[in-house]
Design a protein around this ligand. Structure first.
Ligand code: ITT
Ligand code: NA
Length: 200
């Protein structure tokens, strides 16, 4: 019984392999890139959960295998939750992490630290070929720095300092990030449902 991961983001693959292995799901995770015939899913949902389910269902239907997907992003309080579901293309081009981060910093340049609260959010979705679905959310709250620090992780990691930390997410080890992250929380909560679906 194989579990298919509906993502084209290599950083998510790396994090999810470790998170799911720690949760007792020691299966081969095959990224969506292994199924080039599966069309790219348009993320037409208005929530992380809707988009994660769209991606999971598309791959489960195409492969007839259980599929999991992640939709995630950064929500900034003073921007009313933006970039939110638009995090991957905030500066225009999908997946241009550096441009997205720099645009966001420019937009927040006048905002002082006490008003720079933000959180990462992740929706973790499981879809089965029979149409069954599950989705759970995880969050990581913190404060946005004025300048990037650290080289680990991806996306907005160099500017989010988790509450209770002195370092940014990009200065944490992979294990430290997974232990507290939105993605770690969401997929650890999804893990029992995945095990059940796979008959483990
Ligand atoms: P798939 O849809 O193929 O999974 P994607 O990169 O397009 O990959 P999303 O639409 O979920 O994924 O966008 C996620 C964006 O949110 C990503 O580009 C980052 O900018 C940001 N993001 C998500 N998780 C993050 C994390 O753990 N650390 C930093 N930034 C993160
Ligand atoms: Na998205």
């Amino acid at each position: 019984q194989r579990l298919i991961l509906a993502t084209r983001n290599a950083h998510k693959v790396t994090e999810l392999e470790a998170i799911l292995a720690d949760a007792g799901i020691d299966l081969e995770l095959v990224g969506a890139d292994a199924y080039p015939e599966v069309p790219d899913v348009k993320e037409t949902g208005v929530t992380f959960a809707e988009n994660a389910l769209l991606k999971a269902h598309a791959l489960a239907q195409a492969t007839k295998l259980p599929a999991v997907a992640d939709d995630s992003g950064l929500c900034v309080d003073v921007l009313g939750g933006a970039p939110g579901i638009f995090s991957a293309r905030w500066a225009g081009r999908h997946g241009d992490d550096r441009a997205n981060l720099e645009l966001l910093l420019a937009q927040l340049s006048d905002i002082d630290t006490p008003h720079r609260a933000a959180h990462f959010e992740c929706a973790a979705a499981l879809a089965l070929p029979d149409g069954t679905e599950r989705v759970v959310a995880g969050q990581l709250r913190g404060t946005l720095r004025h300048a990037p620090a650290g080289s680990g992780g991806f996306g907005y990691d160099p500017i989010l300092q988790p509450d209770g930390e002195t370092r940014t997410c990009a200065e944490l080890s992979a294990e430290e990030k997974n232990a507290i992250s939105h993605r770690g929380k969401a997929f650890r909560a999804l893990a029992p449902l995945v095990r059940e679906a796979l008959g483990l």
